[in-house]
Design a protein. Structure first.
Length: 220
């Protein structure tokens, strides 16, 4: 009887582990209250301007637009896959970053997004972005200036930007655009306009990019 009880306990623990893994692989967005609610479907496609952090070929055949959250484990996972894609297709692919902070589940997501965009004003977004994901499990405000120091930012300018929340409107703009597109979970990727939700494996993301490249090459 004791062995039977232990067997049921083991099954229960394994079930909880599987459920937890599934939960972090697709993080539903908990929407903050907005003064002017955005209706899903009110935006037809993502917009890309010079204000959006981007890396890769400036004139790509394939553009990956990433709606992401610095505190989201699945976003960190898919970020690794995107980096593999960029190394595999350096001449063909560009990644564009969009902030989609899930404030209900991730209290440091919006502050991290503000900090990263402050780093962007000094041309160091991606270096800052990488360290935010690296330290995801222990993000705190006292980390932001430390990261700024490590990536070589002007600390006085960074601190002034962060404390005044100069970049918050840009974060909100990304978030509201995501709501308008109907983004319901992070990460959500748009690959040449086709949306993919959740932490795609590296193989799946490479396959999606290859398909997009093929379609781009077939166009007149």
């Amino acid at each position: 009887m004791k062995n039977l009880w232990l067997w049921f306990l083991t099954i229960g623990v394994l079930t909880l582990i599987v459920f937890a893994f599934y939960f972090v692989s697709l993080q539903p967005i908990q929407r903050p209250k907005l003064e002017n609610p955005i209706l899903a479907g009110s935006v037809t496609e993502p917009t890309v301007t010079f204000l959006n952090p981007a890396r890769g070929n400036p004139t790509p055949k394939v553009t990956i637009i990433t709606y992401s959250d610095f505190e989201c484990p699945a976003c960190k996972q898919v970020n690794t896959s995107v980096e593999v894609v960029l190394r595999t297709y350096p001449d063909d692919v560009k990644q564009v970053w969009k902030d989609m902070p899930n404030e209900g589940a991730h209290p440091m997501a919006t502050p991290a997004a503000i900090a990263a965009k402050c780093a962007n004003t000094q041309g160091k977004f991606w270096e800052y972005h990488d360290l935010l994901f690296e330290r995801q499990t222990f993000l705190a405000e006292d980390q932001f200036v430390q990261i700024a120091r490590e990536v070589g930012l002007n600390e006085t300018a960074f601190s002034a930007c962060y404390e005044s929340q100069d970049t918050l409107p840009a974060v909100k703009k990304d978030f509201e655009e995501g709501l308008g597109l109907g983004v319901v979970a992070t990460p959500t990727l748009y690959i040449n306009g086709t949306s993919f939700v959740g932490a795609l494996t590296t193989d799946d993301l490479l396959a999606a990019v290859r398909d997009a490249l093929l379609k781009a090459e077939q166009q007149p």
